[in-house]
Design a protein around this ligand. Sequence first.
Ligand code: CAA
Length: 383
Amino acid sequence: MDVELTETQALVQRTARDFAKRVVAPRAAEIDASSEFPAETLRGLADVGLLAINVAPELGGSGAGAVAYALAMQEIARACASTAVMMSVTNMVGEAIARFGTDAQRRRFCPALASGQAVLGSFALSEPDAGSDPGSLRTTARRDGGGWVLDGAKQWITGGTHAGVFVVWARTGPPAAGSRGLSCFLLEGGTPGLRVGPPEDKMGIRASDTVPLELDACRVPADAMLGDENAGFKVAMMALDGGRIGIASQALGISRAALDESVRYAKDRQAFGSPIAEHQAIQWKLADMRTHIDAAYLLTMRAAWCKDAGRPFTREASMAKVFSSEAAIRACNDAVQIHGGYGYTREFPAERHLRDARVTTIYEGTSEIQRTVIARAVLGTAS
Ligand code: CAA
C-alpha cells in the first residue's frame, strides 16, 4: 500500500478541501437547521468533478480511483455530512452503471450523473421489511410486453426527492430463490407509477432527504435492466463494498470536524485558572480521538488501495466502515463532553456532528452486518 498520494490523488484532495471550505462549510449549520436541499452545492460538486470520481473520463467522470474518492469524501464530510452522503450515493450509482451497464446505459446515465444534470443518483435496495437482509425483498418485476412492470415499496432512499436516476432492485425469480432471484433496474425520476413519499424527520444528516418510494405498476423498457436477470444481488453487494469505503470516509470527515472543534474550544475555554487543553482529562480525550482517526484513515485507505489495485476488498471495506463509524460516534460524543453544557446546544457544531455521526453505523450495512462479513472472512465461510 502506498502511503504517499499520487499527483492525481493529491489534486482531488486539494480540490475537495478548497470546495469544502469555500462552499460547503459556510452553509452546513444553516441547512442542518432548515433541512434545505443544497442544490447549488451539488451543482458545484459536479462542476469540480466530485460526483463521478470512479467513472471514466470518456463517460464524463474523473476516473481518479477509489483512494481519490475516499480523500474527497473525507474533505466534504468534514464540512457537511449531509452533502457528503448525497455525493457518496451519487458516486456509487454512477460507478455501478459504468461497471454493470450496457454501452447505451452508460452513455445515457453516467454523463448526466457526473455533470449534475441528473441532480443525484439514488440506491433503492432497502424495503420497509428488508434492510440488513436484502435477499428477502418483496418488490416484484414481471415481464409485460416488451418490458417490465415493477410493484412494491422501498424505504430509506437517500436523495430520492431529487434523484434523476434510481437503481431499483426487484424480484424476478420465485421467492424461494432468495437473493438469487433479484434483478436490478434503472428508473428515471418522474417515471409514471413511481411515487416519492415525504422525507423522514431524522436525527442527523438533515439536509439530505431520506424518503420511502412506492412503485405502483411502474413500467420500464426491457433495456432498463442493469446487469443480468436474477444476478442483481451481486450488483448490490459489489456496489456496497465500494459504498462502505465512502461511508468510512464520511465518518472520518465527521471525526476530524469533531476534533477540530474540540481543539479550538479546549484552547479557548478556561477552568481552574488555565485553558482546559492543559488538563490531562481533556488531553487524553484529544489523544484518543486523534489515534482513532489515524487508525480509521489507515483502514479506509487500505480498502481503497486494494480496490484500485483490483484486489478483493470486501473484508477490508467492512473493517474500515465498522471501525471508522464507531470511532466517529466516540469522537463526537467526546467532543460534546469537552464542550460541556455548550456542547449540548446548537450554538456549537459539536451536537450536529454527533447527530450526523450516529447514522454511519446503520446505513450501507449496520455494524452488525460488517462484523458478519468480517467474521465470515476470518472463518473462511464467506460464500
Ligand atoms: N461481492 C460479490 N458477491 C457477493 C458479495 C460481495 N461483497 N457478498 C455476497 N456475494 C454473493 C455470494 O458469493 C453469493 O453468490 P452465489 O449466489 O453465487 O453463491 C450471493 O452473493 C449470496 O451471498 P450470501 O449467501 O453471503 O448472502 P446473504 O443473504 O447471507 O447476505 C450479507 C450477505 C453480507 C449479510 C448482505 O445481505 C448484506 O450486505 N446486507 C446488508 C445490506 C446493506 O448494506 N444495506 C444497505 C442499504 S443501502 C443504503 O444504505 C444506501 C443509502 O441510501 C445510504
